[in-house]
Every structure is written in C-alpha cells, then in structure tokens.
Write a protein that binds this ligand. Structure first.
Ligand SMILES: Cc1cc2nc3c(=O)[nH]c(=O)nc-3n(C[C@H](O)[C@H](O)[C@H](O)COP(=O)(O)OP(=O)(O)OC[C@H]3O[C@@H](n4cnc5c(N)ncnc54)[C@H](O)[C@@H]3O)c2cc1C
Ligand SMILES: *[C@@H]1O[C@H](CO)[C@@H](O)[C@H](O)[C@H]1NC(C)=O
Ligand SMILES: *[C@@H]1O[C@H](CO)[C@@H](O)[C@H](O)[C@H]1NC(C)=O
Ligand SMILES: *[C@@H]1O[C@H](CO)[C@@H](O)[C@H](O)[C@H]1NC(C)=O
Ligand SMILES: *[C@@H]1O[C@H](CO)[C@@H](O)[C@H](O)[C@H]1NC(C)=O
Ligand SMILES: *[C@@H]1O[C@H](CO)[C@@H](O)[C@H](O)[C@H]1NC(C)=O
Ligand SMILES: *[C@@H]1O[C@H](CO)[C@@H](O)[C@H](O)[C@H]1NC(C)=O
Length: 589
C-alpha cells in the first residue's frame, strides 16, 4: 500500500476530529455534555435531577453519573472562555457586572450590606477569591461525617482544583507579622485547619487561571450526564396520590427564551431530586415548591406541600471588616493566601495590590465599591447613589493612593442568625434575606479582638516596609471608614471605638449559609424531612461556615454525598438480590 493511502486516512480522521470539535464548541468549549436549555426536550427522564450546577452540585453530579443517569439544571451559563471568570487579575469584573446575564447576581440584605450570588456553572467557585482550605476535624465530627470519606473526598477535589500559591513580599509580610505578634505556630503551607499562621491553597494555578467546581465535571461519565445551561428551575413537582407522604418526582424549568420544560425521575424507588441551589436558592426553591412556613406560602398564593417553619430560618453571613494600609512601596497583586487562625474565633486574611484596592479603572478589587463593597458609610446608607458617588470619587483620586492592601478579619460562625422570605414567586428575583450582623455580642467581641490583631500586624516590624511610618492606626482606621474613596467626613469622632468601627464598616466575605439546616429542614443524610425522594446538598445546610473559608468543604460535601448515595444503593441492591434469592428458595420448598 502506498503512502497516499495513509495520507488519505489521516486527512479523513483529521476531518472527523476537527468537525466533531467544531460541534462541541457550539455548546461549550470544554464539555460535550453541556447544552443550552433552549435545545432541551419538552419532557425528559433521569435517575437523578440536580438543581444548581454550583460548588456542591458539580462534584455531586459527576459522582452520581458514574452509575446513574443525571440531569444538572443550571440557571447560568458556562464559565469557560470568559476571562472575567477565569483570570485571577480580573477578580471582581464579574461581581461588578450587574446586568441580568452577569454570572454574578447582586443582592442587598435587609441589613443593608451589598452582596452577591453566583449565576454560572461552577457557582461561587467562579466568582470567589480562590482561597482553598479544609475544615477542622472537630467540625467534621460535629457534622457527623465519616472522617475517612471526608479526607478521600477532599483529595478527589484537590487533585483537580487546588494549588500552592506563589507567596511574594507583601503576603509574606502579613504572614511574618502574624507570627511576630504571636499567632503561632507557623504551620507553613497546608490545607489543614490548625491554630496558628499558615499559607493555604488556591484554586488559581501558577498562570493565574481559575479552576472552578465546573472542572470537577471532568470526572463525570459523559454518556450518562446532561448539563443544561440557562435552565432556571421554577418548582419541584410532588406526587401526593397513592403515597403516604409527598414524593418529589419532577421539576419544571424554563429556558432562556422562557419556554417551559419538564424533567421527571425515572421509575425506581431510589431515584431522587437533589437541590444544590446555594444558601439563597435552595430555601427559595423549597418555598416556591410549597415547602415552607404555611402562612408565608399562603400570602404568596403558593399551594402548600408541607408546612415547614424552618425553611429559610438560620441564615447567617460572617461579618468581615478590614483596614486599608497604603504602602510606600509597590505591592504585588494577590488574593487571599495567608491566614491567621486565632484561638478566640477570628480569622485574619489579606488581599493586596493596587487594583484590589480599587485603584485601577479596569480592575475591581475585593473591597472596591465597584463590586458593592462600601465600608465608608454604615450599611443602611449604602444606597445606589452612595455607591455611585464612591466610585466617582475613587476614580478621581490619584492612583498611588491605592498602592497597598487590605488586612481583614472574619468572625467564625457566626452565632447571629436571620431569615429568608420570598419577595415574589419569580425564581429569578432575589428573596429577602436578613443576616442580623453582630446581633449576638460574642460576634462583636470577636470582631473587636480580630481587629486588634490586624492593628498589631500593621504595627509589626515584619510589616513595617509596607506602611508609611507617619501614619498611625487611628488615621488608618479613619481612612478605611472615611477615605479615600468617599471623602465625606463620616467619622468625625476621632475616638471611634472598635465596636462602632465593626458595625459601621461591616462588609461581606460572601460566606453566607443556612436556610435548610440539618436537623431542621434536612436530616443527617440531607434528606428533606417530611417528604420523599428529595435532598438538599450545599451551603444552605450549614449552621456555621466550615474552616476559615468554605469552598473546599462545599465541594468535598458534593463528592462525599455522591459516594454515600452510590454506596447506599449498592448495599440496598445487594440486599434486594439476596432477598430475591431467599424468596426463590422459599418458593421451592
Ligand atoms: C465573591 C466571593 C468570594 C469568595 N471567596 C471565597 C474564598 O476565597 N474561599 C472560599 O473558600 N470561599 C469563598 N467564597 C464562598 C464560596 O465560594 C461559597 O460559599 C460557595 O461557592 C457556595 O456554594 P453552594 O454550592 O452552596 O452555592 P453556589 O456555588 O452558589 O451554587 C448554587 C448554584 O445554583 C444555581 N441556581 C440557583 N437557583 C437556581 C434555580 N432556580 N435553577 C437553576 N439553578 C439555580 C446558581 O446559579 C448556582 O450556580 C466566596 C464567594 C464569593 C461570592
Ligand atoms: C444559549 O442561550 C443563551 C441565552 O439565550 C445565549 O446567550 C447563548 O448565546 C446561547 N448559547 C449557545 C451556544 O447557543
Ligand atoms: C489576565 O489579565 C491580565 C491583566 O489584565 C492580562 O495581562 C492577561 O493577558 C489576562 N489573561 C487572559 C488569559 O486573559
Ligand atoms: C466582563 O466584565 C465587564 C465589567 O463588569 C463587563 O462589562 C463585560 O461585559 C464582561 N464580559 C463578559 C464576557 O462577561
Ligand atoms: C483526615 O485528615 C486530617 C488532616 O487533614 C487528619 O487530621 C485526620 O486525622 C484525618 N482523618 C481520618 C479519619 O483519617
Ligand atoms: C477622621 O476623618 C475626618 C474626616 O476626614 C476628620 O475630620 C478627622 O479629624 C479624622 N480623625 C482622625 C483621628 O484622623
Ligand atoms: C465618640 O466615641 C466614643 C467611643 O465610642 C463615645 O464614647 C463618645 O460618646 C463619642 N462622641 C461623640 C460626640 O459621638
């Protein structure tokens, strides 16, 4: 056979490969199994339907697809190919985009703090600051989780999305400052949650590219998973006839053109619908499906499936307060890399670089008003007008004013809780949520103690090169609360107490959680109490935020519960086949 034959074969193969790649790229640059919901069937059937392709939903779906057919319904689009999401240095670009198609949906809690929730495949891991760290063994014990499976699940996640950061001068200064003032020991680089100071992991790789929970879908069985994008679930359907209690059996969702679709569970007593729509989305969707406080549902004309007063209760957001420290020398761009884990319930972290302070017009810092962070006016005064004004004055200030970084303090827990209510019956609209920051005096005390650690770090020898020598703490505090972004004299009281500083400058670190607590709305297996074939698996089930930052544990939980569900079914089907055999034998005799 001549060479031409091989050349021809090669050409044909190359043609096939490139044309199939072309097909795939019409849907998603990364996965063939994602498609626009507009092209979905009007009615379809699966073993598992997962609502929300977020931080918990993606690892959960990938795992269940090993053995079963899985449908993921995600209201947002794909993160791939969008530099606002994938690029570390554009952190905040998505958060500052308030259009209806933005991957970030802004919301303002009733407390007045501006916040954001994900609307994209990969969920919060596509918007977040990337810091990756496990929770403590004590948290694992209290959650009643199996420690070995927890560790295996963390490893499964870390293999794909976690990296060691490149720690440079400014972050090293923060770390050494923490060590100098006694946040000890030095735990080096570790994912583990231990008292002292450490460098944690990050989901940004060494090129500054983000690896979100959507990357965990590479573990999925591509022949048994379907991911629909721009698919907003409106409600879960329940069967009530011929069953002892309501049984979830399908969902109604709409595509981007508003067309209605239905997906049902295939027959099989073990098949389930799993809600992973996040701390705002999950309680909201349960309510829209008739599971919630009866009076509240009635007020919105929602047919009651189950009167469940706990749905939407126990909403919490960890308060974050920060001090901005202008630097006489340039500061590298960094999101969170170092954390001080104190033994009094306060975590110290930092983000540095001009653009993260909000100084660049193209970039959007972690504490910039462009993304809704407005520490310069008390929460209730953070109106759109105040925000626009802050952005305007920020843009008029000399850029060198933003050289430096923020050292922040986050309160553990928190103990203070609030609640969530529907505003309307439209799932696209944010529900009303109240977090009651600092309602519990312990939260306030931890904030004050945390801030005094921050101040000590700023005054440490190790950090001294990143601080102007003639700028005492009182001026820095004032700077954070009053300037440079908002030059109005808000805090003329020069002896502004730390308590007042905590309340006036409170921001979110976006670790909000709750609304479907374990023991209240779901049982320890995350099954919704009082109905069948329905679970909630995501951050809405947490009483307290896990670790110093939650994403590692949310992803872990998705994997963990996926494995548990697969194992349970394996055991159940083994028992069934054993039963079958015994009954056959019994029939013989
Ligand atoms: C800006 C920011 C910075 C953060 N920084 C860090 C950090 O550095 N480190 C860290 O550990 N954590 C960080 N976090 C927190 C962490 O990312 C979140 O706690 C976590 O991602 C929440 O996961 P979840 O699965 O509970 O919800 P999500 O990841 O939000 O998943 C919910 C998904 O459900 C979808 N959904 C909701 N309703 C519907 C519906 N009706 N139909 C279809 N789909 C629906 C949403 O679009 C979303 O994709 C940060 C968060 C943010 C926003
Ligand atoms: C999917 O639908 C959305 C919303 O209509 C649209 O913006 C997007 O371009 C569509 N993507 C593809 C690949 O068709
Ligand atoms: C990420 O952003 C930086 C700074 O804006 C830019 O130099 C770089 O090219 C971007 N990378 C990608 C892949 O877009
Ligand atoms: C990126 O963010 C900017 C600023 O928020 C926004 O204007 C732009 O449309 C976004 N681009 C994409 C692809 O989402
Ligand atoms: C899980 O790993 C942590 C360290 O990350 C360790 O402290 C703990 O003992 C491990 N648990 C089990 C059950 O192996
Ligand atoms: C704080 O700022 C205000 C307004 O700029 C100013 O009047 C006040 O004197 C400052 N206090 C301190 C301690 O710097
Ligand atoms: C200034 O703050 C201190 C400490 O919080 C407080 O005791 C004092 O009453 C305040 N003064 C004014 C004028 O508000």
């Amino acid at each position: 056979m001549g060479v031409w034959w091989w050349k021809l074969l090669f050409a044909i193969l190359a043609g096939i490969i490139s044309s199939s790649e072309l097909c795939a790229s019409q849907n998603d640059p990364k996965y063939r199994f994602t498609q626009n919901a507009t092209s979905a069937a009007e009615i379809s059937y699966y073993d598992y339907i997962i609502i929300g392709g977020g931080t918990a939903g993606c690892p959960l779906a990938a795992t269940l697809s090993e053995k079963y057919s899985v449908l993921v319904l995600e209201r947002g689009g794909s993160p791939y190919g969008n530099p606002n999401i994938t690029n570390l240095t554009s952190f905040g670009a998505a958060l500052s985009d308030t259009s209806p198609t933005s991957p970030a949906q802004r919301f303002i809690s009733q407390d007045g703090v501006i916040n954001s929730r994900a609307r994209v495949l990969g969920g919060g891991t596509c918007l977040n600051a990337g810091f990756y760290t496990r929770t403590s063994p004590q948290y694992v014990r209290e959650a009643g989780w199996d420690g070995r499976l927890v560790n295996e699940s963390y490893l499964w996640v870390e293999k794909v999305v976690a990296f060691e950061p490149d720690v440079q001068q400014w972050q090293s200064g923060v770390r050494d400052g923490l060590l100098e003032i006694g946040v000890l020991p030095n735990n080096g680089f570790t994912y583990d949650h231990i008292y002292g100071t450490k460098v944690g992991g990050t989901i940004f790789d060494h090129h500054g590219d983000r690896h979100s929970a959507a990357d965990l879908l590479q573990y999925a069985n591509p022949t048994s998973i379907t991911v629909l994008l721009h698919a907003t679930v409106h409600r879960i359907m329940f069967r009530t006839k011929g069953v002892s209690r309501p049984r979830a059996h399908g969902v109604v969702f709409r595509d981007a053109s508003g067309r209605k679709h239905k997906a049902y569970l295939k027959h099989g007593s073990k098949n389930e619908i799993i809600v992973s729509a996040g701390a705002l989305g999950s309680p909201q969707l349960l309510m829209l499906s008739g599971i919630g406080p009866a009076d509240h549902l009635r007020a919105h004309n929602i047919r009651i499936t189950l009167d469940q007063p706990w749905v939407g209760q126990g909403m919490s957001d960890n308060p974050m307060n920060a001090i901005f420290v202008p630097s006489p020398v340039p500061v590298e761009v960094s999101l969170i890399q170092v954390v001080g884990i104190t033994n009094f319930g306060s975590y110290i972290e930092a983000a540095g670089g001009e653009n993260f302070a909000g100084g660049s017009t193209t970039d959007y810092g972690m504490l910039s008003p462009k993304i809704g962070q407005l520490s310069t006016v008390p929460p209730k005064q953070r109106t759109q007008e105040a925000l626009s004004k802050a952005i305007e004055s920020m843009e008029s200030v000399d850029k060198t004013a933003f050289r430096g970084g923020f050292i922040l303090e986050k309160v553990i827990g928190p103990i203070s809780t609030g609640h969530l209510e529907l505003k309307t019956r439209d799932p696209n609209e944010n529900p009303l949520v109240t977090f009651n920051y600092f309602q519990d005096p312990q939260d306030l005390e931890r904030c004050v103690k945390g801030l005094s650690i921050v101040e000590k770090v700023i005054e440490s020898k190790a950090f001294s090169q990143f601080k102007y020598p003639n700028m005492p703490i009182s001026v820095l505090r004032n700077l954070t609360a009053s300037a440079p972004v908002n030059l109005l004299p808000k805090h003329t009281n020069s002896s502004l107490s730390l308590e007042q500083f905590c309340k006036d400058t409170v921001m979110t670190i976006w670790h909000y959680h709750g609304g479907c607590h374990v023991g209240k709305v779901v049982d320890r297996d995350y099954k919704v109490i009082g109905v069948d074939a329905l679970r909630v698996i995501d951050g809405s089930t947490f009483n307290y935020s896990p670790g110093t930052n939650p994403q590692a544990t949310v992803m872990m939980l998705g994997r963990y519960m996926g494995v548990k569900i697969l194992n349970e079914r394996l055991v159940a089907s083994a028992a069934e086949s054993l039963d079958d055999r015994t009954s056959i034998q019994e029939n013989k005799y």
